[in-house]
Design a protein around this ligand. Structure first.
Ligand SMILES: [Zn+2]
Length: 120
């Protein structure tokens, strides 16, 4: 798979669109993904442990948000440290919740690039 097609698969995954058919919506609800693509029927995460890939992406992204918030809060905000810490905790947890589906979708893109998901 070429670089452009790989980046496209990652972008589709991030946007919660099936990277295989590029039409099916991966999102089932605010926090969950469909097991199969509603359009082409491909299974997004074939193995039960595949969810950990998305969790790892979400953990790294949330950590980046937390560290960036800590640096900004400590150096530039001028607020009390308790307020900064509370804001960082809320922002990091909120980001993690909102990004959960997208991280899993991104992981589905990685799985597609590596050949771990495929059309029937
Ligand atoms: Zn599909």
């Amino acid at each position: 798979m070429g670089l452009f097609r790989s980046l496209q698969a990652l972008l589709y995954g991030l946007l919660l669109i099936c990277p295989v058919c590029r039409r099916g919506r991966m999102s089932r609800s605010l926090l969950a993904l469909h097991e199969r693509c509603p359009n082409c029927g491909v299974v997004f995460e074939r193995d039960p442990g595949e969810v950990t890939g998305g969790m790892a992406i979400n953990m790294v992204a949330s950590s980046v948000v937390g560290v960036a918030g800590a640096i900004y809060g400590a150096l530039f905000s001028g607020r009390e440290m308790a307020v900064v810490i509370a804001a960082i905790v809320v922002a990091t947890l909120g980001f993690g919740l909102l990004f959960h589906r997208h991280a899993r979708g991104l992981w589905v893109g990685v799985l597609y690039i590596t050949g771990a998901i495929y059309e029937r």
